[in-house]
Design a protein around this ligand. Structure first.
Ligand code: FES
Ligand code: FES
Length: 544
C-alpha cells in the first residue's frame, strides 16, 4: 500500500532556493535554471549573455562567495545558500574606481564584455595586488572582447590598482563623437558603459514583455520568459567542429605576382542581436552602443519584434542566442584574387544564397583598387554582406598595398604598410621581428585621444585576426559547422602582441574615421611579415 501511495502521490514541489544576491536575500524556484537566468530574471542586467549556454565569452562572470564564476554554466541550484555578487553589488567606491579606470584607459567600447571582465579583474587584484601582465592575461583567458584589442585593459588594471584619480577635464561628448565616427553607430562614452549600462535592447525591454527566439525552422518560439521560449524552440545546442576551413573560390587564371584566398569570417560582435517593441510602437535598435562592425545593419530582430507585438497586443522582446547569430548573421565574403605588381588583376568574391548582388562590395573595392576587376561567383554558404567592416575596400587596399611592397622587395617583418582612406585618414603599420606591432595614424582632428587609441588598438587586433586566425567552417552544402564563440578565431589576450600607437596630433582637418585604414594596414603588414602566403587565415592548419 505504501508503494502504491508513493507512485500515485503528486510530486512534491521542490523547495525554493535561497541565495544572497548583491546583499539581498532572495528565494527562487528550483526549476533547473542557470544562475545567469536567475540573475537576469531578477533584473541584474549588468550580467550579460554573450554565448549562453556555451560558457565561452565570460560576459556573465559574477562572484560566488567572492570568487569569479561564469554564471551561464552554473546551475542556480549549485549556489543555493551562497553569496552572489554582480558588478551592481560591488562596493560603490570600488565599482566607480574600476569604471573610471576602464573609461580613462579606453578599455571599454560597446561595454558588453566589460562588466564580467571588471568582476574578473577586480577579483584578481583583490587576491593578488601585485598581479603582473601575465596574471592579467591568464585572468582574461576566460573572456572575449571584440572591440578593444586587450592592452588597454592592462592600463585599466594599473589605474584601478594604484587608485589613480580619474582623468580630469576630458570632453566625453567629443569622445563619443570619435567613437561614433570609428564605430559607425550611436555610442556614448562614460564610466557607466564599463559597468554594462550601454543601454542594450535586451536590458531595456519591459519586464512583462513576451520573449521570442528563433525556432530553428524559420519561425519564432514565443513564451513568457527567455528560458521558456528557448525550451519551446527545442533546439539542441551546437558545438564547434574540427572540420577544416574551406576556401570556396579558386584563384582566377593568370600570371600573378601575388594571390590570396580567404574564407567566411564571422564579425563576432559580442552582444547578440536583440530588440523589443510595444504594440504600435517603434522597435528598440539592436545597435545600442556601437556599430557591431556592420553586422547588425540588416538584422531582422527589430521588424520581428514590431510584427509580433502587433500580433499579440503585448510588448515582445526578440533575442538571438549566439548560435542563432552564427547561423543567421552575415559573414565577410570569401575572395580569391590575383594581382600583378602594377596593381592590376582580378578578384573573385563569393555570393551566397540570399546575400544580394554585392554591388556595394565591388564599388568599395574599386575605391581602393581601381585596377582590380571583380567577378562575383555564386557558392553555397552562409549569408555574406557588403556592410561588414570595410568589406571590399579593405580587401582592395590590402592587395594593392601588398603588391606595392612586393614590387620594392621581398616580404619580411619590419616593412611598414600604409593605407589611406578616401576621406584622407592614414594608417601605417609595421610588424617587427619579435611580432610586436607599431601603428601610426593621422585621423584629422583627434577629438579624444583615449577613444582614438582604443579604436586603433581594436582595429589592429581585428586586422591581425583576419590574416592569422579567423574563419568559420562550413560544409559542402554551405551549412555552418562552427557554432561556438571560441571557434571564430578571435585573438585572445595572451596572444595579442604589444602595439605601439602614435597619433598625429597636428591634424587640423576635420575628424575622419581611421580604424578601417588601421584594419587594412595591419592586415597588410602582418601578411607581408608572414611571407605573403596564398591563403588566410595563415595560422590555422588544416584549411582547404
Ligand atoms: S554568456 Fe556565459 S560565458 Fe558567455
Ligand atoms: S568592449 Fe569588449 S566586446 Fe565591446
Amino acid at each position: 500500500v505504501r508503494l502504491l501511495l508513493q507512485l500515485t502521490a503528486p510530486p512534491t514541489p521542490a523547495a525554493p532556493l535561497a541565495l544572497r544576491i548583491d546583499g539581498a536575500e532572495v528565494e527562487v524556484a528550483d526549476d533547473g535554471s542557470s544562475l545567469l537566468d536567475v540573475l537576469r530574471d531578477l533584473g541584474h542586467t549588468s550580467v550579460k549573455d554573450g554565448c549562453a549556454p556555451q560558457g565561452q565569452c565570460g560576459c556573465c562572470t559574477v562572484w560566488v562567495d567572492g570568487a569569479p564564476r561564469v554564471a551561464c554554466v552554473t546551475p542556480a541550484r549549485r549556489v543555493a545558500g551562497r553569496t552572489v555578487t554582480t558588478v551592481e553589488g560591488l562596493d560603490p567606491e570600488l565599482a566607480q574606481r574600476w569604471a573610471a579606470a576602464f573609461c580613462d584607459a579606453g578599455a571599454s567600447q560597446c561595454g558588453f564584455c566589460t562588466p564580467g571582465i571588471v568582476m574578473r579583474l577586480a577579483g584578481l587584484v583583490q587576491r593578488r595586488p601585485d598581479a603582473d601582465d601575465d596574471d592579467v592575461d591568464r585572468a582574461l583567458a576566460a573572456h572575449l572582447c571584440r572591440c578593444t584589442g586587450w592592452w588597454s585593459m592592462h592600463d585599466a588594471v594599473a589605474a584601478a590598482r594604484d587608485e589613480r584619480e580619474p582623468r580630469a577635464g576630458r570632453d566625453l561628448a567629443a569622445a563619443a563623437r570619435r567613437a561614433e565616427l570609428e564605430g559607425g553607430g550611436p555610442q556614448f562614452v562614460s564610466p557607466a558603459v564599463a559597468l554594462g549600462r550601454g543601454g542594450f535592447a535586451e536590458d531595456t525591454a519591459p519586464a512583462d514583455a513576451l520573449v521570442a527566439v528563433p525556432d530553428g525552422r524559420g519561425g519564432w518560439a514565443i513564451a513568457d520568459s527567455l528560458r521558456a521560449a528557448r525550451a519551446a524552440a527545442g533546439k539542441v545546442q551546437g558545438r564547434n567542429s574540427t572540420v577544416p576551413l574551406r576556401h570556396p573560390l579558386a584563384v582566377p587564371p593568370g600570371d600573378w605576382a601575388l594571390t590570396l584566398r580567404t574564407t567566411f569570417v564571422e564579425p563576432a560582435y559580442l552582444e547578440p542581436d536583440a530588440s523589443w517593441c510595444e504594440p504600435g510602437g517603434e522597435p528598440a535598435s539592436p545597435l545600442a552602443n556601437g556599430g557591431a562592425f556592420g553586422g547588425k545593419l540588416g538584422s531582422a530582430v527589430g521588424e520581428v519584434a514590431r510584427r509580433l507585438a502587433d500580433e499579440h497586443g503585448r510588448a515582445v522582446r526578440v533575442v538571438l542566442a549566439r548560435e542563432d547569430v552564427v547561423r543567421m548573421g552575415p559573414k565577410r565574403p570569401p575572395i580569391a584574387a590575383g594581382i600583378g605588381l602594377d596593381g592590376t588583376g582580378v578578384v573573385r568574391v563569393a555570393r551566397t544564397p540570399g546575400s544580394g548582388d554585392l554591388g556595394a562590395w565591388s564599388a568599395a573595392l574599386a575605391l581602393a583598387a581601381p585596377g582590380l576587376r571583380v567577378e562575383v561567383v555564386d557558392v553555397a554558404g552562409l549569408p555574406v554582406s557588403a556592410a561588414l567592416r570595410a568589406a571590399g575596400w579593405a580587401e582592395g587596399a590590402v592587395l594593392v598595398a601588398a603588391a606595392g611592397l612586393l614590387a620594392s622587395g621581398p616580404p619580411a617583418a619590419g616593412r611598414p604598410a600604409t593605407v589611406t582612406t578616401s576621406a584622407g585618414a592614414r594608417a601605417t603599420a609595421t610588424v617587427a621581428d619579435d611580432g610586436s606591432l607599431a601603428v601610426a595614424v593621422d585621423a584629422g582632428q583627434v577629438l579624444d585621444e583615449v577613444v582614438l587609441r582604443s579604436y586603433v588598438l581594436g582595429a589592429a587586433h581585428q586586422g591581425l585576426g583576419w590574416v592569422r586566425s579567423e574563419g568559420v567552417a562550413v560544409d559542402e552544402s554551405g551549412a555552418v559547422l562552427d557554432l561556438t564563440i571560441r571557434s571564430f578565431g578571435i585573438i585572445p589576450a595572451r596572444a595579442m602582441p604589444p602595439v605601439a600607437i602614435v597619433v598625429d596630433k597636428d591634424g587640423t582637418g576635420p575628424a575622419v574615421a581611421v580604424s578601417d585604414a588601421v584594419f587594412a594596414a595591419v592586415a597588410t603588414a602582418a601578411w607581408v611579415a608572414g611571407g605573403l602566403g596564398p591563403s588566410w587565415p595563415t595560422d590555422r592548419g588544416g584549411t582547404t
